[in-house]
Every structure is written in C-alpha cells, then in structure tokens.
Design a binder for this molecule. Structure first.
Ligand code: GLY
Ligand code: MN
Ligand code: MN
Length: 358
C-alpha cells in the first residue's frame, strides 16, 4: 500500500473545508508528495471528484511508472487551456492555486482561461506544506536512509581532511563520494569553511588551503529518493584554543538544552528561546542571528521554522534541525546542527550516531 491515497484524502478534506472544488498543484515537491512522481514538469489537478496528472510527452513513461490513481494527461497544448477544460467538464466553480509557488505570468494565463469558463480563481497557501510538516512512516524511513548515507559521507570527509587541501577540494571530493554512494546528490551546496571563513553562516567553499591548527566547519546533507538530510560539524586540526573550546562548549550546551525540551505540545518559539537565552546569557547573543532550525523532508528548508516568531506547537512526526551557532567576524564561527524526529514523549536525534568529537 502506497502512502499517496491517504495524503490525497487529507488534502481533499482541506479543500472541502476551504470551500474550493478544484486545486492546481504545481510545486514539484508537492506533486511528488501526493503522487510519487519523481520526474520534472508535471502538475496535479484535483477537480470535483477527479484526479488528473498533467505532463508532456517527455515524461509519459515516467508518469505511467510512478503514478497510480490519477488520470494521466499528456499535454499537447497549453496547460492553462487543459486546466480550464477539465475544470469546466468537472463542473468546478472555484479553483485554487498554490499562491506561494505559481509564477504570476502562469497564474494570469490559467486564471484568464478559467474566467472565460466562468470559474473563479483563488489563492491557497500552505495546504500541502502544512500536511508535510508531520512525516508519515515511509517518509521517516527515507529520511533515516538519507542520514545513513550522510553519516558515511561525514566519515569520508574526516578521513580526507588534512592541511594542504583547499575548501573546494574537500567539497568536491565529498560531493563525488555522495554521488557514488547513493546515486543522488548532496542536498545543497556543501559548505566547507575554514579558519575565519567559518564566521560566514552560509560560506561558499573557496580556494583557501587548510592549514595546521585550522578549525573547519562542514555543513553537509544528502538527498535520497527526494528526502533530505542536513548536518553541521566543526573539526579542529591540531590543538583547540581555550577560546574555541569555550565557544564550542556554549553552542553544544545550548543545543543540548533545546533538544531536551522538545516534546509534543511544547511551543516552537520556546525551544528557540532556550538555546538563544543560553547563548545570550553567556554574552554571545549578537553572534547568533539566525533561527534555531527548520523543518526538513522533501525540501531542505520547509515548515516548521524553529524560530522565535513561530508560536505553533510541536507535534509527533515533525522532523527538524536544531542548529545553534556563534559567529565572530575575523575569528570564525561554530555551528552544531543535528536533525530530530519528534516522538510521542520527546524526540529522537536522528543524527546522533554522527559523533560530535568534542
Ligand atoms: N545547510 C543549510 C542549513 O543548515 O540550513
Ligand atoms: Mn539546516
Ligand atoms: Mn546545514
């Protein structure tokens, strides 16, 4: 039994509650979540009680292989025309779009065609993303697989980490390792930031050569069957200075305290506040400017945002990162990032086997 019918059912219940009788899904991750399709350039249309999968001839075979329970339509003309025709035949009166996804020009084309048929277009934001915040069992299994490949990639990175190689050398060798090990890709541009470069939260690997005694920040993730992982570790080559030890200890303790407080019903903003409050109290608050973490799944960054502004409650099945940090310009930055899965009573650190070493 695939998970897709259950996910579709949850979505159609939302559509009913919102009073729309059609929904055009264009975000690739949402198409995949609802249908299992893993190619490109495809759309879903829920219209009345019908479910339509629209793509073009390049993806005909892929669609037939991946997609069950939808009527597969190979578009020969404009998708806007098709959407309007199907909606009209299905007696749709109000059609909704993914407002955060559909480019304005595409929206205008589709809304124009629908209007010709007397159908109203409405924006709908976050309906599928809301469902995706709580992972089902097949998703959790794929995330675990992604983490297992990540673990090997981190071990590989550590085995080649030596003075004399550049940040780019390390990043490209690690990228190749992931490609060879999983047949997929790193889930985002690998961050290898050494010395003072680590003070840039999202540094790009450079030609800087690693030196003895450098600290090196690695932020790495893997994509596996669409599911992403994301982790940060800092390595110290040579002797750790007392300042490095102190800052590392503060970040690690901030992370430990916030992870300990994660449980269903806790407020997300409070989890952020625990790590932030601890770092503030140690006098380094200005060095931690970003949110504590983010949801992760089909996208590296998805809901829920683990930030001071998110007052939602934590729910079992959520998967997110906890990544406190202290960045000090011209000195360096330390970020420790792990992924957690919220359980019935607390949370499991999915990346716990990837040793922090310090
Ligand atoms: N690797 C990007 C992030 O940690 O959010
Ligand atoms: Mn992250
Ligand atoms: Mn990361």
């Amino acid at each position: 039994m695939t998970p897709y019918p259950k996910r579709q059912k949850k979505l159609t219940a939302i559509l009913r509650r919102r009073g729309v009788d059609a929904f055009f899904v264009s975000k690739p991750e949402n198409v995949r979540y609802l249908s299992g399709y893993c190619g490109d350039d495809a759309y879903l249309l829920f219209a009345g009680s019908g479910k339509f999968f629209i793509t073009d001839s390049r993806y005909c075979l892929q669609a037939k292989k991946d997609v069950k329970g939808f009527r597969i339509i190979i578009a020969k003309g404009p998708v806007s025309q098709l959407v309007a025709e199907i909606s009209a035949k299905s007696k749709v009166r109000k059609a909704a779009f993914e407002a955060g996804q559909l480019p304005y020009a595409a929206y205008k084309r589709i809304a124009g065609k629908l209007e010709e048929k007397g159908i109203v277009s409405l924006p709908l934001e976050g309906a599928i993303e809301g469902l995706r915040q709580v992972k089902d069992a097949p998703e959790i299994a794929l995330i675990r697989d992604s983490v297992a490949i990540l673990e090997n990639a981190v071990l590989y990175f550590e085995s080649i980490l030596k003075p004399g190689l550049s940040e780019n050398d390390l990043a490209s060798k690690t990228e190749y390792f992931i490609r060879a090990a999983s047949g997929e890709w790193a889930s985002f541009e690998i961050i290898v930031a050494s010395g003072t470069n680590s003070a840039f939260p999202h540094a790009r690997p450079s030609d800087r050569i690693i030196r003895p005694n450098d600290m090196v920040l690695l932020d790495l993730g893997v994509s596996y069957e669409g599911y992403k992982s994301d982790l940060t570790r800092v390595f110290f080559l040579g002797k750790i200075s007392s300042k490095q030890k102190k800052i590392y200890g503060i970040v690690k303790e901030a992370q430990r305290r916030s992870i300990k407080a994660i449980k269903p019903g806790a407020k997300i903003s409070e989890i952020d506040g625990i790590a932030r409050g601890f770092i503030n109290a140690k006098g380094f608050g200005s060095g931690f400017s970003h949110a504590l973490g983010h949801g992760i799944g089909l996208e590296v960054h998805e809901g829920p945002s683990i930030s001071s502004r998110n007052h939602e409650e934590i729910k079992p099945g959520m998967v997110f990162t906890i990544e406190p940090a202290i960045y000090l310009p011209n000195w360096g930055g330390i970020r420790i990032e792990d992924m957690v899965l919220v359980t019935k009573k607390g949370c499991e650190v999915l990346t716990d086997d990837i040793d922090k070493r310090y």
